[in-house]
Design a protein around this ligand. Structure first.
Ligand code: AP5
Ligand code: MG
Length: 219
């Protein structure tokens, strides 16, 4: 399986689709946001820094991202392909990612852009709940994504929490950062002929069907 990266605004469904792809194709889902949320819990200077940056909706320093990414992509389970969700997020990171791939002897693979109307995102942001034990993502604003028992994970019984950047104020900045810094990556990858656009306004299943179709068509 070729590697996959996602370019999409906050709450567009990167994590949701990555999990579905990971289960179908048996390749790891690497979410830089999830990695940083673990760092954020550490009682250390870097933990405090990451907590502050994520809460505000800005980007963590590139150098921190590079060391986290290089270490993770070098692990054995990434040799047969992986889904990278959340990196690169600006042109500098994209250039560095090209270097990391060269160094690891890996290819870019697919770059999937989930295209979605901004007005749908606020509803997804405010309704998201995540299991603190297994990471399953829910949405209390979407009947099909609501847990059976309030605040409890259907899969493992873990407690559901709301991310500290899942509020409208932080979302406003995250969306702005996306438009200014991450959006231009679509051009970057279009020039390399590896960009695939998918309509993110559809249901989770419809988006997944479109993604599987493009992966199968461009094997
Ligand atoms: P990150 O965790 O990557 O956050 P994000 O990009 O804002 O994306 P989200 O995780 O919010 O959304 P998603 O697209 O995964 O959506 P999901 O599937 O959960 O990054 C967080 C922060 O970390 C950044 O702001 C930054 O500070 C830092 N960071 C991370 N990477 C970095 C980097 N490379 N450099 C520097 N800093 C970095 O879905 C959202 C909700 O919608 C869920 O509730 C879900 O159930 C629901 N949903 C999903 N799809 C659908 C659908 N089709 N219909 C209806 N509901 C849906
Ligand atoms: Mg996510």
């Amino acid at each position: 399986m070729k590697n996959i990266i996602f370019i999409a605004p906050p709450a567009a469904g990167k994590g949701t689709q990555s999990e579905l792809i990971s289960n179908k194709y048996h390749i790891p889902h690497i979410s830089t946001g999830d990695i940083l949320r673990k760092v954020m819990k550490e009682d250390s200077e870097i933990g405090e820094y990451v907590l502050e940056v994520i809460s505000s909706g800005n980007l963590v320093k590139d150098e921190i991202m590079y060391s986290l990414i290089e270490k993770r992509l070098g692990e054995k389970d990434c040799q047969e392909g992986y889904i990278l969700d959340g990196f690169p997020r600006n042109v500098e990171q994209a250039k560095k990612y090209d270097e990391i791939l060269d160094h690891l002897g890996q290819e870019l693979g697919y770059v999937i852009a989930l295209e979605i109307d901004e007005k749908l995102l606020a509803k997804r942001i405010t309704g998201r709940r995540v299991c603190e034990d297994c990471g399953t993502i829910y949405n209390i604003n979407e009947p099909s994504e609501t847990p059976e028992i309030e605040s409890t994970c259907d899969i493992c019984g873990g407690k559901l929490y709301q991310r500290n950047d899942d509020n409208l104020e932080s979302f406003k900045n995250r969306y702005q950062v996306y438009l200014e810094k991450t959006g231009p990556l679509k051009d970057y990858y279009e020039k390399k002929k590896v960009l695939y656009k998918v309509n993110g306004n559809q249901s989770i299943d419809e988006i997944f069907e479109d993604i599987v179709a493009l992966l199968e068509e461009h094997k």
